[in-house]
Ligand binder design. Structure first.
Ligand code: CA
Length: 673
């Protein structure tokens, strides 16, 4: 203890409302004093105007709970202390402005931060106020951040003019150690942008230079320079913005598999459970998968303001630990044959913000499907003056699309250019989650030396699990989500898109009678692999427990819990987070059962209508007939049991209808439409 501490304690002890047992600790940690810093321009409520004399920042440190600091600006204002030297903060105190008209809620989400730069560009949060506070007294909380800070502050929550009567910091001098505290137990992502300006758009020109910090649940810190911009499409329009982080150098945050520059912060604004994407990816992991992105729930603070619960997530891109495709250095583009590239693309209904043909990396397929090339990067191809890969993949995609759309299976040999299994997994994930975006955004890839297009990864489930009013009432009356029509396909009548993607799906599922049985087999295998309502209940309950404090703060920041936002169906609006979680679990339980008993009704994987796996006969349909491959003896019967055909495999004209096909002793059902 030094003299400064003794004096400080003697001066302030009398003003504390009650000394508790915990204050034994605080006696080692004196109430700290320093030079008052913070937002200069205050607000004079009596005069109704800005001021530098009334309700100033000094009022927050005068020991009087009846005087307060109010800032002229409504948001992004703060008050704090320059302690002269770094101090480890052990406890903070706050007292709201005593104004019964507004209530004590003004301190909710008030954020205590420490820094060693005077402009708080390196600020780290040390505590967030979670509840409204009592008037006329100072409320306290212990702080467990081990790092010493010279500058400490209380940053007012959004839109309250700070309005704080007293702020207190307790602690002791020292540089401390690199041990930090999270706000809610989830990892905390802290972004301080240059000049405190927040990005307004998602283009490179919108980027703001930033210091990005990620505090793990264990209190470890990753801190690195980078940039911040917005991201997303519809989600970008909400008050709670989705962000994209780009570190200057590759980083591996938390337990992510990838070490990369680009990361996303998904806002999950319309998803009141905040976890639909993570649940969908858990479902994906029960299926054969090309790659399932990394996602982790975090709290986000930008420039001293709490922004809510987010999902720190991979950027969907070709990178080690992400989409597993071969990367070629742009310098080597020109010397590489177009067939030797790996390609990654997105069937992207949002391409070009509604005008998919306006940007060069997009093209319109022959069936008017918007395709966006993601890898190789069209900008790199352009820079290297290397158009061949772009033309190559465009042509290869067209051949694939033509093969699927041509009908007359199997003459077109579509399965030589489309991997059936990964496409069927995409189909199943879309169906299980009842995701109306399932064909709005579909990722596909093609590897060098492999003629097939593969489907995946799966992405964007905020409208899934019954969260879209446009489809909500039909989910359990339509056999398949994809057959519900708009918007469950890149097809919303905007003029530039059309039902082509939907037709693409329909061709695959109805023109090749092997596909639904194969999909059912994949579904049953996934159940064997743990895709059960009970297992998902447990997964959801664990996430809900992990997020408990954070979601409470999130919905204090964004007061939308009992409101319909984005595409929320009115029938699903509830008043509490727990009810949304219960609703999600109920949806999944009902959905898994529905898919099994209703969607797959009549689709058999063995027995009389046995499965046609790849190694067995292929029973395919074309307009007006059936084609059987891979069998020597074939019989076809109509549903009345009348023989239509008996002979060798090949094309059999049947006309429309449902037929039983017997091929080498096994039976199949075929729908000719
Ligand atoms: Ca005061």
């Amino acid at each position: 203890m030094n003299l400064k501490f003794l004096l400080t304690f003697a001066l302030t002890a009398g003003s504390l409302s009650a000394l508790t047992a915990a204050d034994a600790f605080a006696q080692e940690s004196a109430k700290l004093t320093g030079t008052v810093i913070g937002t200069e321009r205050s607000f004079d409520y009596d005069a109704g105007q800005a001021s530098y004399d009334v309700n100033t920042r000094a009022n927050a440190f005068d020991g009087d709970v009846n005087t307060f600091f109010a800032s002229d600006e409504r948001s992004h204002t703060w008050v704090g202390l320059d302690l002269g030297t770094p101090h480890i903060i052990t406890r903070v105190g706050w007292s709201p402005r005593n104004d019964n008209n507004v209530g004590s809620g003004r301190v909710v989400l008030g954020l205590f931060e420490g820094a060693n730069e005077a402009d708080f560009s390196d600020a780290t949060p040390i505590y967030i106020v979670k509840e409204g506070a009592e008037y006329g007294v100072v409320s306290h909380a212990d702080v467990s951040c081990g790092k010493g800070f010279r500058y400490v502050r209380y940053a007012g929550p959004s839109d309250v003019r700070c309005n704080i009567a007293e702020v207190e910091f307790y602690g002791y001098e020292g540089a401390g150690e690199e041990k930090y505290a999270t706000l809610t137990g989830l990892p905390t992502v802290v972004i301080n942008t240059e000049n405190g300006e927040e990005p307004q758009g998602k283009e490179k020109a919108d980027e703001k230079k930033s210091t990005i910090k990620i505090i793990s649940a264990e209190g470890e810190l990753l801190s690195a320079p980078g940039t911040l911009r917005l991201r997303g499409n519809a989600s970008m329009q909400f008050d709670k913005k989705p962000y994209r982080i780009k570190f200057d150098k590759k980083q591996r945050p938390l337990d992510a598999p990838a070490k990369a520059k680009k990361w996303t912060l998904i806002n999950n604004y319309g998803d009141k459970t905040l976890i639909r994407n993570l649940v969908a990816w858990e479902i994906c992991r029960k299926f054969p998968q090309i790659w399932t992105p990394y996602g982790r729930l975090v709290d986000v603070v930008v420039n001293g303001e709490y922004k809510g619960t987010y999902q720190l997530c991979d950027q969907v891109e070709v990178k080690e630990g992400r989409m597993p495709l071969n990367e070629i250095e742009p310098e080597d583009f020109a010397a590489t044959d177009a067939a030797d590239f790996d390609y990654f693309m997105e069937i992207d209904g949002y391409a070009g913000n509604g005008d998919p043909w306006a940007v060069p990396e997009n093209w319109e397929s022959g069936y008017r499907v918007p395709v966006t090339l993601k890898y190789p990067d069209p900008d790199d191809l352009k820079e290297m003056n290397c158009p061949a890969p772009y033309e190559y993949i465009k042509s290869a995609y067209q051949q694939m699309e033509n093969a699927v759309m041509a009908g007359g299976f199997p003459d077109n040999n579509y399965e030589e250019v489309l991997d059936r299994e990964s496409w069927l997994v995409h189909f199943l994930i879309g169906e299980i989650t009842a995701n109306p975006d399932m064909y709005w955004s579909t990722y596909m890839s093609k590897k060098a030396g492999d003629s097939k297009f593969y489907t995946g990864p799966e992405w964007d489930f905020d409208l899934g699990f019954g969260n879209d009013y446009r489809t909500y009432s039909r989910i359990f009356s339509s056999r398949w989500t994809y057959l519900m029509g708009t918007p469950a396909g890149a097809n919303d009548g905007n003029g530039w898109n059309n039902p082509a993607i939907h037709n693409f799906a329909r061709r695959i599922l109805t023109n090749d009678s092997r596909n639904l049985p194969k999909a059912k087999k994949l579904f049953l295998d996934a159940i064997d692999n743990g895709l059960t309502a009970n297992a998902l209940d447990e997964f959801i309950d664990n996430l809900a427990a992990e997020i408990a404090v954070s979601q409470d703060l999130n919905f204090k920041r964004w007061k939308i819990l009992d409101q319909g936002v984005h595409m929320n169906p009115g029938e699903t609006i509830r008043g509490s987070y727990a009810e949304y979680i219960a609703q999600l679990k109920e949806f999944i339980r009902h959905r898994l059962s529905y898919i099994d008993t209703t969607s797959f009704a009549g689709v058999e994987t063995d027995g009389i209508e046995g499965v046609a796996t790849d190694s067995e006969a292929a029973v395919l349909t074309f307009d007006g007939g059936i084609e059987v491959r891979g069998a020597t003896q074939v019989s076809v019967y109509n549903l009345q049991g009348m023989s239509i055909y008996n002979g060798a495999a090949g094309r059999i004209a049947t006309g429309r209808g449902i037929f039983i096909v017997k091929a080498d002793g096994r039976s199949y059902k075929a729908l000719v439409d």
